[in-house]
Each structure stands twice: as C-alpha cells, then as structure tokens.
Design a protein around this ligand. Structure first.
Ligand SMILES: C[S@@+](CC[C@H](N)C(=O)[O-])C[C@H]1O[C@@H](n2cnc3c(N)ncnc32)[C@H](O)[C@@H]1O
Length: 467
C-alpha cells in the first residue's frame, strides 16, 4: 500500500485565479471541511474565502491555479454542485455587466472568440423570477458588450456562462439581490453519485445503514485514494466500505453481529419477510462492480484488538459505532475461562456485556493509534446531547490530531458529530502514556440512550402542551 505524505500548504502564488463553488443546500457544516480535505488530498494550492458562507449563501470563493485543479476538486466533492471561473461580482446585474466589459482580453478571448458558441443561464437563490425577467437580465448583460459576440447555442454550447443572484432569505424577499456573480462553468460536482449509490436500490441494508452522500463525505474526509487499505470495525451492511471502494480502496470490516453478516438477521425493509441468502457486504460491492476491492468482513468484537497482527496497517479507519438506540452496543464479556463448561460438539456462544459509549470511543482511538499508517485518518461519528456539549467531550489520543469536527443536528437536543483525526505520531513513541481519554465524558453518569429518550419524552409533552 502506498505510504501517505502529510501535505504541506504552499504559499499562494500571484497567478491564482478566482473560482466560485456552488454548494448543494445539504450538510452545511461539512462543506468547507470536505473541500479542505480534497484540496490537501490532491495537493493543489488553494485559498478559501470561508466567510462567504456566513450569510447562508451557497457560494464560496476559492482561488486556484487553473481549471484542472478546479476539475480535480469537483471530481471528488459530493457537497458541491458546480464550480465556475469567477468573471465578475457585484450587487446588481448592471455593476456586473460593467465589470465584464472592462475585463482584460487575456481572460475572455479564449472563450468568446474563435467561433466558439455560448449560452447564459440565470439562476436565482431565495427568490423565484419568471423566464421573461431572466431574458431581460440576459439582454441587459449582453447589450453592446463586445464579449458576447459569438454564436448562441442553448443546447450544446462550447462555453456556459452563469448569472447567479443571491437574495436575502427573508419571508419577504427583497427587490435587490445581496450578491450577483457571473462565472464561466468549469465542472460539476459528484451529486449524481448520491443517486447511483442510493440505499433504496442497495441489495443489503441494515437498520442504520449510512446514506450514500454522508458515506462519500466520510471517504473524502478520510482522504481515501486508489489502492488504500480501509477498515470499518463496526461494519454493519458496509456502506462505508462501498464509498471507500468507489474511490479505489481495498476494504474490510468487522461486526459483532453474526446474524447480520450471515443474512439471518430480521430484515430492515418493511416490505420484506426474510432476508435473501445472498444479502451480504460482498454482494453490495458486487452490485456496483467493486468486488475486486473487497477483502472480507469478519465476525469480531471491536473492543478486542488481539486478533490483529502487529504490523498490520490501515490507510484509513472509517466507522459509525453503535449509539445504543437502534442497534445494541455490546461486547464480549470477560469471563473466567475455567468456569466455562465445554460440551463436545455443541456451539459455544460467548456471553455479551454492555459496551459503554466512552469505552467504545477509547477502544476505537487506541485501535487507530496502533493500526493506522502515519498520516492516515480516522473518521467516525460521535452522538451528542446538544444542551451539554463542549469540546472536551471529543475523545483524544496523543498519537491523533483533531482535523475537523462537523455537526449534523438530528433534533433540538440530539446531534451527531463527524470527527476526523490524523495520526501524526507512532504508537511506540508514546509508550508511557495511558492512550485514549475523554476529558469530559457526556455519558459517564447517564447513557446516550437515557438522555435520548428523556429528550424524546420532553419534546412530546411540550408538543402536547402547545396544542
Ligand atoms: C451504526 S451500526 C453501523 C452501520 C454501518 N455503518 C452500515 O452502514 O450499515 C453499528 C454496528 O456496530 C455493530 N457492533 C456493536 N457492538 C460491536 C462490537 N463490540 N464490535 C463490533 N461491532 C459491533 C452493530 O452490530 C452494528 O452493526
């Protein structure tokens, strides 16, 4: 497996061009970390203007060297819709038109001459306008402009320009846009992949299968690349292996649930009475033509690391541990072996014990510290009781540096956070340390399950009172 270099940011050079990314209105907190992670994975120079997103705008300016880098970023991003080369911005179409008129020919010539055809698409955000109004805007933009003298081709143009207007998100939209951008379309993001891998069409799903979009975001945050070796210790139906294999990684996982991995668990689809005998993680990879990337899944307890040989190294560990709500969090109980009576020929079912959330995460970080490549990434979900959340709830390990922490709110009191950590120290270097710790464990006195159901009951009684 290729060893991983930690990318050092280069100073931004003078010749950078301005681009604008248009994001989908989904998983807002994850958009910048996804782009940052992709930029560092492909190793291009980039400067992001993060403040752009504060007003709720779907646009973010990014400076890049050229179209090739913009295309490479879009080839990975699932949260981006498109990227444009930014030609002009302002607060009105008139202002934008004046700026386009004064652009130097080095910027425009290649796209507006040499017999190239073009079209202009008008899109508005937070306000609907009629086709007639859109045409008016195009006429205003193109009248007397030397830039737009080429042939118009609405269906298959050589160049697509986009006029993008962003209005304030108020109950009564204002007449004037907050911001207007004019850009040359460069590339689309990977939104189509979300449909391609949609769970509705997935052969084998479990109760908590991760949706296609978030699975791909996780693979991007983990910087999964071709020929990487990726592991999910709480594999379930293998959604995170599917997205990692999509990016070319070899994948494997473990799960304590024998029945689930052997297609004997209760079906997760309401319309299904029994599981088909071929419902398996392997079959999911085969469904997408990714079977060559499948290593295997094993029935194993993630709290026990002894099954792993010393020297075994993963490029990334991507996982969604059990929160104890829709699937149980159990581990093999420690028992006195001398007390276990073996009956010859009879199967042995090990006793299970409750697996506390704090222990799950400490075990996970200790596992990552030992078995990740240096520079490799651990990406995992952490359930959060929002009223009590503080940064000291995030598990830590002396070998692992926190890279990003994004929140997905599930309701007012409950969310989950997607944590990305990078291994920047070898496990052997810290032999005197105690390993993973959680400075303030939210679930030390009351489990996440107890907090979750208390919040559900409180929300229910508040609703009753207000109705
Ligand atoms: C949230 S689910 C993972 C879902 C998975 N990402 C998917 O897309 O299907 C958590 C999984 O952890 C498994 N699990 C619970 N305790 C475990 C343990 N001690 N060791 C390994 N797996 C465990 C459960 O059986 C469950 O399948």
């Amino acid at each position: 497996m290729a060893s991983r270099m930690v990318h050092a940011a280069n100073p931004i050079c003078e010749t950078m061009k301005k681009y604008i990314i248009q994001f989908a209105h989904q998983h807002l907190d994850f958009r910048i970390p996804e782009i940052r992670s992709i930029v560092s994975l492909i190793g291009c120079e980039a400067s992001l203007k993060e403040c752009d997103l504060v007003s709720g705008s779907p646009f973010m300016e990014i400076k890049l060297k050229n179209d090739t880098d913009a295309m490479r970023i879009m080839k990975r991003s699932v949260l981006s819709k498109r990227v444009y080369e930014l030609w002009a911005e302002g607060t009105s179409v008139k202002e934008v038109k004046d700026k386009i008129d004064s652009l130097p020919s080095e910027v425009t010539e290649e796209y507006t001459n040499n017999g190239k055809s073009f079209r202009i698409i008008v899109e508005t955000f937070n306000k609907k306008i009629s086709s007639a109004e859109k045409i008016k805007k195009i006429e205003l933009l193109t009248e007397s402009a030397s830039v737009f003298q080429a042939k118009i081709n609405l269906r298959t143009p050589d160049v697509s320009f986009h006029l993008l207007e962003f209005y304030e998100n108020d109950s009564k939209p204002s007449e004037e846009p907050l911001k207007v951008f004019f850009g040359r379309w460069v590339a689309d993001g990977q939104r189509d992949a979300i449909q391609q891998y949609h769970l509705q069409k997935r052969h084998f799903i479990a109760n908590t299968s991760m949706d296609a979009c978030l699975s791909m975001v996780m693979a991007n945050l983990a910087q999964v690349k071709h020929d990487d070796f990726v592991m999910d210790p709480f594999v379930g139906s293998g959604s995170l292996l599917v997205s990692s294999a999509h990016y070319g990684a070899y994948v494997m996982g473990t799960d304590i649930d024998y029945l689930l991995l052997h297609a004997r668990a209760k079906p997760s689809r309401a319309c299904q009475k029994t599981r088909a005998s071929d419902e398996s993680v392997r079959q999911n990879l085969q469904q997408y033509g990714l079977e060559s990337r499948y290593i295997d899944v094993m029935v194993a307890d993630a709290s026990r690391h002894r099954v792993w040989r010393k020297g075994c190294r993963f490029d990334a560990i991507i996982t969604d541990p059990p929160y104890g709500i829709r699937e149980s969090a159990a581990k093999i109980a420690t028992v006195d072996e001398s007390q276990v009576k073996e009956v010859e020929g009879a199967p042995h079912y090990p006793q299970k014990a409750q697996y506390n959330i704090g222990d799950i995460y400490k075990d996970l970080l200790n596992f990552a510290a030992k078995f990740l490549e240096l520079g490799g990434r651990l990406v995992y979900w952490l359930p959060i009781f929002r009223p009590e959340y503080q940064e000291s709830n995030i598990p830590q390990h002396p070998c692992l540096r926190l890279e990003s922490n994004c929140e997905q709110p599930l309701n007012l009191s409950i969310s989950r956070r997607l944590i990305t950590m990078v291994k920047d120290k070898e496990f052997e270097e810290i032999h005197n340390s105690e390993g993973a710790s959680i400075a303030v464990d939210q679930y030390e006195k009351e489990s996440f399950r107890q907090k979750y159901f208390k919040a559900v009951v409180a929300a229910g009684s508040a609703e009753k009172q207000s109705s």
